[in-house]
Ligand binder design. Structure first.
Ligand SMILES: C[S@@+](CC[C@H](N)C(=O)[O-])C[C@H]1O[C@@H](n2cnc3c(N)ncnc32)[C@H](O)[C@@H]1O
Length: 188
């Protein structure tokens, strides 16, 4: 459960940048649970998160992340980057101000290998189709052969783009969220 100040910052930023955020409130604990359950935390050494926001998923991931693993959180909104840098003091985390589109460049600059998992909470629905296609393609290219991408979304708009890049896309649906949320588990 985020602190009231985090929820307030999130809501304020929704009114300033509605399509970048795509949601008025952070994900519910039910969505967090669904997303966390898709990851093999014993195996994962490089985990990338797109759109951490105020860190709702980030904090849950850190509770499970292996001591030798790295979590790269890529966020476009500078208020959230500042908050994450101020509040999450964990040597396993790298907060990067930028776009998910540059995931491969980000990993290379951090001298990290391809990702074991990408967890994506960015609002694909609100993007132009070209951005959606390019981010999904770059994500596929940034994953290990045994890796997986976990995408949670209010709509299924991104599904054909995922299906065009990944061999398998498993779907789940969580009613207990504002708004109800689809989860897609994608493997190369
Ligand atoms: C719906 S919020 C999700 C926040 C948080 N992960 C959660 O589940 O509560 C979407 C987040 O994605 C960020 N975002 C949108 N487009 C992005 C992009 N291309 N790259 C990185 N972050 C992006 C927004 O700034 C926002 O923080």
């Amino acid at each position: 459960m985020p602190f009231p100040s985090q929820s307030l910052l999130f809501a304020l930023n929704f009114f300033l940048h509605p399509s970048m955020l795509g949601s008025l409130v952070p994900s519910s604990r039910f969505v967090i649970h669904d997303v966390m359950a898709q990851v093999d935390w014993d195996r994962a050494r490089v985990v990338v998160e797109y759109g951490p926001g105020v860190g709702t998923i980030t904090r849950a991931a850190l509770e499970r992340l292996h001591p030798d693993a790295t979590l790269v959180a890529i966020e476009m909104n500078c208020d959230f980057v500042q908050l994450l840098e101020d509040e999450i003091r964990d040597p396993r985390v790298r907060v990067v101000h930028g776009s998910a589109l540059n995931v491969r460049k980000v990993l290379a600059e951090l001298h990290l290998p391809s990702a074991d998992y990408i967890i994506s909470g960015i609002p694909f629905t609100n993007m132009p189709a070209s951005a959606r296609r390019n981010i999904v393609r770059e994500s596929r290219a940034a994953l290990q052969a045994e890796g997986a991408m976990v995408v949670y979304q209010f709509t299924r708009t991104v599904l054909p783009y995922l299906e065009s890049q990944f061999t398998s896309v498993r779907q789940n649906f969580q009613l207990w969220n504002i708004l109800p949320t689809h989860t897609f588990y994608c493997t190369p």
